[in-house]
Design a protein around this ligand. Structure first.
Ligand code: FNR
Length: 377
C-alpha cells in the first residue's frame, strides 16, 4: 500500500480484510497506519543494517527434509516452559512503547495474547503500567473462560538499584511469572522523540536514563550510560533478590551463556535485539547451536530476530530452540488492526507452524529435530 508521506496515518481497521493472510501482508500494510518517523523507528536496524539483514538471510539457507506418511494422530504444537502450558512455541517479545502503534498499545497486545494462549514479555518501557497490563490479561481471560497467559517482565536495570528493585517487586506482586534481564541494549544511542501521550509508564517518578540517552554521533564510553551498563555482579545481585525464573536476553556467545547458567540463570534468549544494537553480529540462528553445546541442555534456549512465518519457527526449533519470540510483527499487526490484528497474526503463525509440522511428519514439537534440516549455510 503506497501512501504519500504528507498524508495522515489511516486509523486502525476494525475488521480484518481477506487479503491479510500472512505477517508479510501486515508488514506491507502497516506504514499506511503509522507516522513515517514511527515506522522508521520500528523497522530500523543499527549501522549499515548487516545484522538486520542477516536475521532474514539465514532462513533460506536452511531447507527441510520431510518424513513421508508419518502418524500425525493426536498431534499438537503446545509446549511447557517453567511449568506452564504455552499453546505454541511462540511468545510476544518485549517491545517498548506499543502505544506508538495503536492507542490501546500493550492492552491490545495482552488481550490478543490471552485469546490465543500465548505468553507475553512486557517491557520495562511499556507505555501502559505493568499492573494494568496484567489486570487486563486476567480480566479478558476470565471473560473468555480460560486461564491468563504466561506473563513475564523484561527488566532494564535502572541507574539506581532501588529503582530496579521496585520494578522487580511490582512485577512479582502483579503476578509476572519470570524476569527477563535484557543485557544488550544499555549502550545504545536512542533516537526518536516520543509523541505526546506515549510515556515510559512504569518509570514515572524515576530518573529516566534511557529516555535521555544520547542520539547517534555522541561518544558513549565514559558517560553515565556506559558506566551503568549491566555487569555480571548485577546478575548475581538479581539472583539473590528473586525466586522467579530469570532469563537473560541478548546472549550470543557460548562461553557467556555457560557463565550465566552457572550463576543461576534459568533460561537464555539468544538475540541480537532485532539487529538494533551491535551491527555485524551474526543471526541468532547462527549461534544457537554453540550456546546449546556450552549449556548442555541445562536451561531452555529461546530465540528471536527476523521470525515471520511458521516455517521460520520450525527451523529454530530444529536447531534447539524451545520457543521463538516475535518482535516487530506485533507493531505491524497493532498498527493495522489493533487487538484483532494481533490475535489474527498470532493465529496465522500457529496455523503455519502446525501445517509445517504436519508436512514434515512431526506430530509434536518434541519431534522437530536437527535431522529435519539440510544445512546450506
Ligand atoms: C525492541 N526490542 C526490545 N527488547 C527488550 O528487551 N526491551 C525493549 O523494550 C525492546 N524494545 C524494542 C522496541 C522495538 C520497536 C523493537 C523493534 C525491538 C527487541 C525485541 O524484544 C526483539 O529482540 C526483536 O524485536 C526481535 O526481532 P524482530 O522479531 O523484530 O525481527
Amino acid at each position: 500500500m503506497v501512501r504519500n508521506v504528507t498524508d495522515t496515518p489511516l486509523p486502525p481497521l476494525t475488521q480484518i480484510p481477506a487479503d491479510l493472510r500472512s505477517l508479510a501482508d501486515y508488514e506491507r500494510r502497516a506504514p499506511a497506519h503509522l507516522a513515517p518517523e514511527v515506522w522508521q523507528h520500528i523497522q530500523e536496524g543499527s549501522g549499515t543494517e548487516q545484522t538486520l539483514r542477516a536475521n532474514r538471510e539465514v532462513f533460506p539457507r536452511l531447507a527441510f527434509r520431510p518424513r513421508a506418511m508419518a502418524d500425525l494422530r493426536g498431534g499438537h504444537s503446545a509446549i511447557a516452559l517453567f511449568g506452564r502450558r504455552h499453546a505454541a512455541p511462540l511468545m510476544l517479545a518485549p517491545l517498548a512503547y506499543q502505544r506508538l502503534a495503536h492507542p490501546d498499545g500493550e492492552l491490545a497486545a495482552v488481550r490478543a495474547a490471552a485469546a490465543l494462549d500465548t505468553g507475553m514479555i512486557v517491557s520495562t518501557l511499556s507505555s501502559v503500567r505493568l499492573e494494568e497490563i496484567a489486570a487486563a490479561a486476567h480480566a479478558f481471560a476470565r471473560e473468555l473462560g480460560k486461564q491468563a497467559p504466561p506473563l513475564w517482565f523484561q527488566l532494564y536495570l535502572q541507574p539506581e538499584r532501588e529503582h530496579s528493585l521496585a520494578l522487580l517487586h511490582r512485577a512479582e506482586a502483579a503476578g509476572y511469572e519470570a524476569i527477563v534481564l535484557t543485557i544488550d541494549a544499555a549502550i545504545k544511542p536512542s533516537g526518536m522523540a516520543l509523541p505526546p501521550g506515549v510515556v515510559a509508564a512504569n518509570l514515572a517518578g524515576m530518573p529516566q536514563a534511557r529516555q535521555t540517552a544520547t542520539p547517534g554521533g555522541h561518544i558513549l564510553l565514559g558517560t553515565p550510560l556506559a558506566d551503568r551498563a549491566p555487569r555480571w555482579e548485577d546478575l548475581a545481585w538479581l539472583r539473590e533478590e528473586t525466586r522467579l525464573p530469570i532469563l537473560i536476553k541478548g546472549m550470543v556467545l557460548g562461553e557467556d551463556a555457560a557463565r550465566a547458567v552457572d550463576m543461576g540463570a534459568d533460561g537464555l534468549i539468544v538475540s541480537n535485539h532485532g539487529g538494533r544494537v551491535l551491527d555485524g553480529l551474526p543471526s541468532a540462528l547462527d549461534v544457537i547451536e554453540e550456546l546449546a553445546e556450552t549449556t548442555e541442555g541445562r536451561v531452555p534456549l529461546l530465540i528471536d530476530g527476523g521470525f515471520r512465518s511458521g516455517t521460520d519457527i520450525v527451523k529454530a526449533l530444529a536447531l534447539g530452540a524451545s520457543s521463538v519470540l516475535i518482535g516487530r510483527p506485533q507493531m505491524h499487526a497493532l498498527a493495522v488492526a489493533g487487538m484483532p490484528g494481533m490475535a489474527h497474526a498470532l493465529h496465522l503463525l500457529r496455523a503455519e507452524l502446525e501445517a509445517a509440522m504436519a508436512q514434515l511428519g512431526c506430530a509434536t514439537v518434541a519431534e522437530i529435530a536437527r535431522e529435519k534440516l539440510i544445512d546450506r549455510r
